[in-house]
Design a protein around this ligand. Structure first.
Ligand code: NAP
Length: 477
């Protein structure tokens, strides 16, 4: 090991990347650089600009513990303010000047000789670091549905994460495909503008109300006191995602009540009632989605889409739905973790090959055969409730310990042992068998059937587990 500081490279500039960068620089690690594919920071909060975009986790909780803001306009922050918060926080902690924008990492290769990672950028250049931290999120690759004729549509069409703001929806006929967390936020504002909205719902979702509203000026200094309250509530909520949970049953009753109260029409309510127990797909939160669907110019179609034509959408029952614009709220390629980067570890092992049956990593952070690779928001670290920022901070603290130990002990490489990773994965998968997510398909599951996105249960056990470096779990050299 040389006297120079460890070179640390972080891929991305969203919440995950910033939390690692802040943690490491605050601990005194001076050679930290970030590579961002776009020309500005923010991850999903930069990309998702659809009308109504915001977070369904209260902002006092959906923010860094060490950077609490008293400026939130409302309890559930909207996209523009969350993005502003990220910009402000990156600037306040000195991270912004470390970001190299328009640097898309397309490959990363480990060199055992030099114990370093070399990353290759889309534009051809390379960079070399001692420790590599991919922090590219689980929801950065939008997916369009594999529907025949999708390319033949003659009007504008776009994905919720790639909103085309040049399209004026005023007075148009809009088809919306999908009813996930993104769609339920965008449908109400779209329906305010459009003459007609046809919503294609493949699955109904369980929806709970939001305790939303603007914060009065006098209340703002008090915002931070909400954090522990929402954290405790979210921990209970997450426990409710165990399939036998009493909290889960109460949540289902609450969701049924919300649906009954907001949708008096029996036929519409029947369409909107999920056919699976609450929690299996992500529980959604909204006060304005159901009332929008009850408007006379909004139609819910539950038939599958069989075809897109130049002028609209044809459903499986043969019904034809003309549209001027089609909006796809059809989600993301979340299962092929890190697949946008060709990652090669020791002995030429490809991460994509190692994870062909679904991604797995010790604490979601360490994969055997990939030394000095610390993954942020990796496999089994997503949540069905609560704040992902809490998980990202726990990961960042863990990574800081790894890097501290490398620096203090003059270690050149750290690698998780195969047995520690396998044992960890077994225990997580055992717990997941009892989760609500085991009962239906969702983006949490790999095509092999494994639940590879989510952490089972509440977040505190994960924070506890990541708090220290387990002796024997790693080889240090
Ligand atoms: P999503 O949850 O994956 O929802 C995709 C929707 O598209 C589903 O309703 C899906 O139906 C439907 N769909 C997919 N292919 C289809 C097809 N061929 N025909 C008809 N429908 C089709 O995606 P998302 O709504 O973008 O949300 C993804 C994740 O982003 C969320 O789970 C959440 O973690 C995050 N998010 C968070 C917030 C927030 O407020 N915090 C807001 C937005 C997004 P099926 O259910 O039948 O598959």
């Amino acid at each position: 090991m040389t006297d120079r500081p460890l070179r640390i490279g972080i891929i991305g500039s969203g919440f995950g990347a910033l939390s690692v960068a802040i943690e490491l620089t605050r601990a005194g690690h001076s050679d930290v650089r970030l590579w961002e594919r776009a020309d500005s920071l923010g991850g999903v909060w930069r990309d998702n600009t659809y009308p109504g975009a915001g977070c369904d986790v209260p902002s006092p909780l959906y923010s860094f513990s060490y950077a609490q803001s008293t400026r939130w306009h409302r309890r559930y922050g909207l996209q523009d303010q969350i993005l502003e918060y990220l910009h402000d926080t990156a600037a306040a902690f000195g991270i912004t000047p470390r970001i190299r924008f328009s640097h898309e990492v397309v490959a990363a290769a480990w060199d055992e000789e030099t114990t370093s990672w070399t990353v290759t950028f889309g534009h051809g250049g390379t960079d070399t670091v001692d420790v590599l931290v991919p922090a590219i999120g689980q929801l950065s690759r939008p997916v369009l549905p594999a529907v025949p004729g999708i390319d033949t549509f003659e009007g504008p069409s776009f994905h919720s994460a790639e909103w085309d703001h040049s399209v004026d929806l005023t007075g148009t006929k809009v088809a919306v495909v999908g009813t996930g967390a993104s769609a339920i936020q965008l449908v109400p504002p779209v329906a305010e503008q459009a003459a007609e909205v046809t919503l294609f719902q493949r699955s109904a979702n369980w929806i709970l109300p939001k305790l939303d509203g603007p914060f009065a000026r006098w209340y703002k200094p008090m915002i931070r006191f909400e954090r522990p309250l929402f954290w405790a509530a979210a921990e209970q909520f997450s426990r409710g995602l165990d399939d036998q949970s009493r909290v889960g049953r109460l949540n289902q009753k609450w969701a049924e009540h919300h649906l009954r109260r907001q949708v008096p029409d029996d036929a519409l309510r029947a369409k909107l009632t999920p056919d699976y127990p609450i929690g299996c797909k992500r529980i959604l939160f909204s006060n304005n989605y159901y009332p929008t669907l009850a408007l006379p110019h909004v139609h819910v179609v539950t038939e599958r889409i069989s075809e897109v034509t130049p002028t609209g959408v044809v459903a499986a029952d043969g019904s034809v739905h003309d549209a001027d614009v089609i909006i796809y709220g059809t989600g993301f390629d979340a299962q092929d973790f890190l697949s946008s980067i060709d990652v090669t570890g020791r002995d030429g092992t490809k991460l994509a090959t190692q994870w062909v049956d679904g991604a797995h990593a010790y604490l979601g952070i360490h994969a055997p055969r990939f030394p000095n690779l610390l993954i942020s928001y990796g496999p089994n670290t997503n949540l069905g409730g609560g704040s992902i920022i809490y998980m990202l901070e726990a990961q960042a603290r863990h990574m800081r310990q790894v890097v501290d130990r490398m620096a203090a002990g003059a270690y050149r490489r750290v690698e998780v042992t195969e047995s520690a990773e396998a044992e960890y994965d077994r225990s997580v998968q055992d717990e997941l068998e009892h989760s609500a997510w085991a009962h239906c398909d969702s983006w949490y599951r790999h095509r092999s059937g494994r639940i590879t996105s989510n952490w089972p249960g509440s977040t505190h056990p994960y924070a506890r587990r990541t708090r220290t470096l387990e002796p024997g779990a790693f080889t240090w050299a």
